[in-house]
Each structure stands twice: as structure tokens, then as C-alpha cells.
Design a protein around this ligand. Sequence first.
Ligand code: G3H
Ligand code: 13P
Ligand code: ZN
Length: 330
Amino acid sequence: MVNYKDLGLVNTNDLFKKAIEGKYAIPAFNFNNMEQLQAIVAACVETKSPVILQVSSGARKYANQTLLRYMAQGAVEYAKELGLNIPIVLHLDHGDTFELCKSCVDSGFSSVMIDGSSHSYEDNIALTKKVVEYAHAQGVSVEGELGVLAGVEDDVVAEHHTYTRPEEVVDFVTRTGVDSLAISIGTSHGANKFTPAQCTRDENGHLVPPPLRFDILEEIEKQIPGFPIVLHGSSSVPQEYVDMINKYGGDLKDSIGIPEEQLRKAATSAVCKINIDSDGRLAMTAVVRKVLATKPGEFDVRKYLGPARDELTKLYAHKTVNVLGSAGKA
Ligand code: G3H
Ligand code: 13P
Ligand code: ZN
């Protein structure tokens, strides 16, 4: 058993309280490898932002759970070495069973998500409550989810959003004891969040996706004032990366994300955690493709993963400064 405090990590409680009061959101960036972790830490130290390092069950399988945990411990030391002891949370993304959440709590995670959104309402409550009881005994914070995001989530494909029902949130948070609530208001995972048919066009002919359901968010906030809300599926899918990927041999079609202005608006509300994974994947893939296509003789992995990491650092710094508003809050 390892407690997160011994690793220099923090849970989300204090960070979320400050984020709601200060009208900004904490970035939750996923990582699967060393370069992604380096970019996250470097960007957040540079912009003085607190950060949530997110590990999915897929990431644990890909990179090895023990190795990932030591990497997160290393991230705390790396941040100090870079000059600032920023608050770092190690969070399980989309935990789907009690056993997985327990395993993360026991191995040093400071926060876990139990995603019971594919279960019935009552089963979601029972599972979430069980995780909360276990995690809270170790000081670990818990994120629950109500509502279903459209798209692919943990191999479960939902064709349509099931928006969070504001009339359920008081009951859910009181009966489960969760510390934060992920909601469904129109975001979704991946790089294809909307079809072109769902979009309109602006004066320059660019596709404009339908706005997030801020009316539902407001209703939820009225029901649970000041309670921390989480937005999943919040990548913006920068067109420049999609174009670069396609220019250098990729084949991404109809890639549309959440406009940054919408996320900025959400960050000023009780939304205090914004999840971003796909944008980082796009940035790295774009640069790796470019280097390999333009320097066909290159086979030193550092020569393509290095520039990809640099681009990722730039992207994440941009997010904390211009989108989430968490820069300067560490
Ligand atoms: O919400 C999903 C995250 O983007 C993690 O994705 O399960 O492929 O690691 P993954
Ligand atoms: P994106 O696919 O929009 O980056 O969402 C990531 C996420 O929600 C991780 O839980
Ligand atoms: Zn998610």
C-alpha cells in the first residue's frame, strides 16, 4: 500500500474549491508515455498551473501500472527541478469497477473516477458509493458521472448524448458522497465530436458546431451550487494539426471539436476540471508524421519524439493560459 501523500501528490479538494472561486478550470491531461508526461509537467511549470495527470485503464495496460505510478512520482520531482513545486494530482480516468479504483487508491493515486454511467441509475449510485467509502478512508477524492456522452467510451458506443438530468444531481451527489460530478452537456470523446451535418458555416465557410447545453449546466448549478463539475471530451481538435496529419499521409475525416470559446465560458462556471486527451494525440501525431515524411532517413526516435514533445508542451501551455485560465494559479 502506498499513500499518495508520500509521493508528493495532492487530491482535488483544495484545487477545485479555488478553481470555482477563481472562475477557472484545472487541466486534466492524459498520459501514456514519458514524452507526454514531460510535456505536461514542463507546460504547467512554465505557466504556473496546477495539473491533473490522468491515467486510463488502457494507459495502465499499455505502459504498465507500476511504471506509470513511479513516473507520476517522478513528475513531482521533475516539476521541482524545473523550478516550481506545482500541485499535481494523479487521477484514474474512467474507472469502471470497484477493484480497479481500489487498486489505484492502494498504489498511490490521489483521485479516481468511477464511471457508472453505463449502469442503471441505482446501480451507478451503489457502485459509486462503494468506491467513495473506500477512497475517502485514504483521503483520495472521487469523481462520479451522470449522463452519457455520445461516441465511444470504454468500448461502449452511444449514438446519442443522454444529457445529465438536473433533477437527479442532488440525489446522486448526496447519496454517493462524490467530490465532483462529470456531466453530459454535448461534449464527446475523440476527434469526431460532431458530423458536418450537425454544424452550420460561418462567413468564411468554416464549420461551426452546435453550442454546448449551457442551459443544462445552469440548471445543474442551481441544484448543487458551488459543487465541482467536470467536463469530459473537451478537446478542440485544432484544424492545423488535422491538416498537417492529412498532408503527411494521414486520413482524418470530419474532425470537429469543441470551440475554445465555449470551454473558456464553461471554465468560468462551476466546471473546474476539463479533460483533454485527443488534442495532445493530434499534436504529437502531426509532428511525428511531418518529421518522418520530410526526413525519410531519420531513425533516431529522439529526432521525431523530441519535436512532438515540444509541440505538445506548446499546446498545453496555450490551454492553461488561453482556454482554462489555470495559468498563474499554482
Ligand atoms: O476518455 C478517454 C481518454 O481519452 C482515454 O482514452 O482509453 O484510449 O486511453 P484511452
Ligand atoms: P477528448 O477525447 O475530447 O480529448 O476527451 C478526453 C477525456 O474526456 C478523457 O477522459
Ligand atoms: Zn472522458
